[in-house]
Design a protein around this ligand. Sequence first.
Ligand SMILES: C[S@@+](CC[C@H](N)C(=O)[O-])C[C@H]1O[C@@H](n2cnc3c(N)ncnc32)[C@H](O)[C@@H]1O
Ligand SMILES: Nc1nc2[nH]cc(C(=O)O)c2c(=O)[nH]1
Ligand code: SF4
Ligand SMILES: [Mg+2]
Length: 210
Amino acid sequence: MKIEAESRVREGFVLPLMEAFYTIQGEGVYSGQPAYFIRLGGCDVGCVWCDVKDSWEAGRWPLVEIDQIVAQAAAYPGRLAVITGGEPLMYELGPLTSRLKDHGFKINLETSGAHPFSGALDWICLSPKKFKSPVPEMYAKADELKVVVFNKSDFDFARKESAKVAASCNLLLQPEWSKATKMMPLIVDFVKENPSWRISLQTHKFMEIP
Ligand SMILES: C[S@@+](CC[C@H](N)C(=O)[O-])C[C@H]1O[C@@H](n2cnc3c(N)ncnc32)[C@H](O)[C@@H]1O
Ligand SMILES: Nc1nc2[nH]cc(C(=O)O)c2c(=O)[nH]1
Ligand code: SF4
Ligand SMILES: [Mg+2]
């Protein structure tokens, strides 16, 4: 990459954009709400069960000016934006979030928390991973802790992660998609025994929408 382009990425004025689409938030507390998704390319966390492995290599995706990303988002009636990836916190999110706010957007973030925080966000969904831990300062910022359950050891992981977030943080268990049938009875039992937790399903996959 040319030095000038590199510095514009570092400053957050252009970002590698894998895809952007207007859909229904399928997961978590905001499930069911229309939202414009901005999926940034690049991730170094390496979850074995990641459902967007194509996103991992940042260089595959075009570098797009944030003004263009925001103009396309603003063409839709909804004013909730979800920034996801890949791992969006690999990038400086200050300029993108500030421009989205100029257009009246509330902005939610989907993150593993494995990189330092940036941007002006209204809601942070922290989905911590064993493969690369969140940076310590992420826990206090999380509005929602969404732990993916792939095997039995994830219940213990979920409990330990929940001890690090604020008391007001929403606690969610989300079945890993390919293991959902097998793990669901255990997830149901866990939530019945631990009523501060809720279940998050990837409802967009049942609805067959993006
Ligand atoms: C694709 S990730 C992108 C954002 C960020 N890298 C992260 O992991 O939070 C978006 C959400 O999907 C979840 N996820 C990814 N693959 C999944 C799968 N196979 N089953 C269930 N949830 C999954 C992640 O844990 C995260 O909460
Ligand atoms: N509809 C829909 N909801 C989602 N919630 C989180 C997603 C993500 O990949 O970050 C996602 C997604 O890819 N689609
Ligand atoms: S952190 Fe997110 S994008 Fe990265 S591998 Fe894990 S689930 Fe996929
Ligand atoms: Mg997804």
